[in-house]
Write a protein of this length. Structure first.
Length: 764
């Protein structure tokens, strides 16, 4: 066939028919259609079943056959036919037991059978008799061959209440025939030597505030659990037993910094109580912080750990499991006091370390959202894309440790959030004190700088925008030793004026080896130029902090999928204008392409053939017409865009849809507790730093190793001994032993007890 002949397009041999109206697709193979009260089921285009929609038995048989034949999955079949997967499984069980007649079972109890209450009256009598004999629900369930949940449910239905004698207890614990030291079960929570303190009045007050336990066996806390179920116990008292090589018991070294952080006293002050519960407020806070330090990053991960092992660390028979911990966090979140908790903890940290807060670093961290809800978008630098997300603004001190966190409303920019964040900072540090706020180019705003300086804040940030390069000969080599490290920069220092000369600031510029110039702007005139540059570049401590928390504490993960109403009147970019902008960019690109073609044709034009412009236009009339049409389209789109508002209310942009945002309370609460865990880790690192030469490079790894190491727990009279297992090398074990010596000087008691904790490393 010659090249000049026309191409022959082969048509489809068998055209795929379009689906008719009313067709429901189970999957790519199975579909059905309902017409006139009858339903036709097709598989791969072939009719397989035909039945009346009122024939429930036939419909159940069709669904079972589709699943058993492998044509579709049971979830897809149940969804398409309007059933639940559980109902479909029930049909399958009936069909397996009794065949097709079993699918025709009518509603209600089959004739000739007795009622459920009469049938199980003997079982109910057995349950009540065993409960009167104080037999546990689990033992009853094992004897009757049923689930424990069924026992609890039946007891509620029968209206069972515990005997009154079980609710009356004396203040003294039941005496045992053998002493606790001989049995090895537990040691009394209030030691005999507690009366040796000087201030006996304070001691009595502390003893009355401590929780008490009526259980004598640390491995069986059924009595305390019963009291909690009856509303007579707010928090279970820790009871410890002699145990060797308890997994991950090294986390107990975090108790002294945990107590000194003030999180327990602050949580009690803010929340009061979590209500009658075995796992009360104190236990919940201690458990969550411990889990964060052990890298159990979310409650669902507790499934991978034995509750009894974690419970030994907490002084309980079992640690709270997934649903329990999530329920406790939700109960705290419903009180809406997470912000107050974070504020009080920040105030406590400022009171302890106020002198180290001369420089505060402020930066935003974007948490990407992958759900189905329409929430505001934020720009992610790593992806170079705006995606649905939530922005948290963190305030860190000069060491990189967090002070507090604020969640931005609708991903507000740094310039909008800085006044709100600094208002919080001012309430923490006082009215007169000046601190230097360090932030990146996202907060660049000379007008904002003037306001911050007027409010007694110093600023330190990168300069934004184009700046005339500074001649290399003006840079001077500066050397210094800052924070124990040698620092060397090539710097230029000069004053600049902004806001038409009204705002006078200082610009320090660094010249790198490749010739790049980094401009730093500050209001601090008292610092050396090398100190200004060093403090600005130390902002990367905060970036490393975000990376560390994302990987080690999983702060980017959602705590729940709940939503809450957002402000429908807040201003958002007009989506209609955005759509017009997109069309306008495409129209301008098309016009530029046509103009380039027109210019290329003009360059290639032969003057001997078309010596005049008129002849060239006639020869390229079609292209010229396309250019004029493209220009008209650009003008129409520009006029249409001018007629549209740049920003509109969020309710108008969503076109009647509900304006929502992700619930922030529970996430903020977990962020605050994880922030406390990070602060504890930093405090342990600072204590171990003088005793470990490679603390800068391996300090956090060593601390994490100590927290994860096994340990032996020995309760004695007034003392709880924690003996850590030796680490992988002698120098690391010596550093851990030195840390134990420092912690022993604090004389810290385990929360909720009078036990003073003593630490040591086996063999050191």
């Amino acid at each position: 066939m010659s090249g000049s002949s026309s191409r022959v397009v082969q048509t489809e041999l068998f055209a795929v028919p379009l689906p008719q109206d009313g067709t429901v697709f189970v999957n790519e193979r199975v579909s059905f259609r309902t017409v006139g009260g009858y339903r036709v089921v097709s598989v791969d285009g072939l009719v397989l079943y035909h039945y009346s929609v009122e024939d429930r038995m036939a419909e159940a048989y069709v669904m079972i056959t589709l699943v058993q034949a492998g044509y579709a999955h049971q979830n897809d079949v149940a969804r398409a036919f309007g059933y639940t997967p559980r109902t479909l499984r029930r049909y399958q069980d009936r069909f397996d037991d009794g065949g097709l007649p079993a699918l025709g079972k009518g509603r209600g109890r089959p004739p000739g059978t007795r009622a459920v209450g009469k049938k199980h009256r003997a079982r109910d009598n057995t349950i009540l008799r065993l409960k009167k004999e104080r037999v546990g629900n689990r033992q009853i369930a094992r004897k009757l061959g049923i689930d424990e949940k069924a026992v609890r449910k039946r007891l509620r239905q029968l209206g069972w209440q515990p005997p009154l004698e079980q609710l009356v207890f004396s203040d003294e614990q039941p005496a045992s025939e053998e002493s606790p030291a001989e049995t090895g079960d537990c040691v009394s929570q209030v030691p005999k030597g507690a009366g040796r303190r000087e201030n006996k009045a304070n001691e009595e007050e502390e003893e009355t505030s401590l929780p008490k336990s009526f259980d004598t066996n640390p491995f069986d806390r059924s009595l305390d659990r019963l009291l909690a179920a009856l509303g007579l116990l707010d928090d279970a008292a820790p009871l410890f037993a002699n145990a060797t090589d308890v997994p991950r018991a090294g986390v107990l070294v975090a108790i002294p910094p945990l107590v000194s952080s003030g999180v327990l006293s602050t949580a009690t002050k803010v929340y009061g109580s979590i209500g009658p519960a075995f796992y009360g407020l104190r236990t919940t806070v201690v458990a969550f912080v411990f889990f964060a330090l052990l890298r159990i990053k979310r409650p669902e991960w507790l499934k991978e750990y034995r509750p009894s092992d974690l419970g030994r660390i907490l002084g309980l028979d079992r640690a709270p499991e997934v649903k329990t911990l999530r329920r406790k966090l939700m109960r705290l979140a419903t009180k809406g006091r997470a912000t107050e908790l974070g504020r009080e903890l920040a105030r406590h940290r400022v009171a302890e370390r106020g002198r180290t807060l001369g420089f505060l670093y402020v930066d935003g961290h974007v948490r990407v959202y992958h759900g189905k809800r329409k929430i505001p978008k934020a720009y992610v630098t790593q992806r170079r894309l705006a995606v649905p997300a939530t922005t948290d603004y963190w305030v860190n001190d000069v060491r990189g440790d967090p002070l507090f966190v604020v969640t931005a409303e609708a991903n507000a920019s740094m310039t909008k959030m800085l006044p709100e964040v600094l208002t919080e900072v001012r309430s923490l540090i006082g009215r007169r004190r000046r601190v230097t706020i360090v932030f990146d180019r996202g907060g660049w705003s000379p007008k904002l700088f003037a306001k911050l300086i007027a409010n007694k804040f110093h600023i330190l940030t990168y300069r934004k925008g184009r700046v005339r390069p500074i001649p290399k000969k003006r840079f001077v080599l500066r050397k210094a030793k800052l924070d124990g490290r040698p620092v060397e920069y090539r710097l230029d220092d000069r004053p600049i004026r902004l806001l038409k000369g009204k705002l006078r600031l200082r610009q320090v510029t660094r010249l790198t080896d490749n010739g790049h110039q980094t401009h730093i702007v500050t209001s601090r005139w008292d610092l050396r130029d090398i100190v200004v540059a060093y403090r600005m570049f130390e902002r990367w401590r905060q970036e490393n902090f975000f990376k560390y928390l994302s990987e080690e504490y999983l702060i980017d993960a959602l705590c729940d999928y709940q939503i809450e109403a957002a402000d429908p009147t807040r201003s958002v970019p007009n989506p209609a204008r955005r759509a017009v902008d997109k069309k306008l960019r495409a129209a301008r690109a098309a016009l530029s392409k046509l103009e380039r073609e027109y210019g290329a044709a003009a360059v290639k034009n032969s003057e001997t053939q078309r010596p005049t412009m008129r002849g060239f236009k006639i020869a390229n009339a079609k292209l010229g017409k396309q250019i004029r049409a493209a220009k008209d389209r650009v003008r129409r789109l520009e006029a249409k865009r001018r007629a549209l508002e740049k920003r509109v209310p969020a309710a108008q942009a969503l076109k009647g849809e509900e304006v929502v945002k992700l619930a922030t309370e529970r996430k903020h609460l977990t962020n605050v507790l994880k922030m406390v865990a990070y602060q504890i880790e930093s405090d342990l690192l600072n204590l171990i730093r003088p005793h470990y030469a490679r603390a800068e490079d391996e300090g956090r790894t060593l601390v994490q190793t100590i927290l994860q190491s096994p340990a032996s727990i020995e309760p004695e009279e007034g003392v709880l001994r924690v003996t850590l297992a030796p680490l992988s090398s002698a120098h690391r074990s010596r550093a851990a032993a030195a840390l134990c010596d420092v912690l022993n000087t604090t004389e810290t008691r385990f929360p909720g007890t009078e036990f003073v904790i003593r630490y040591e490393v086996a063999g050191y």
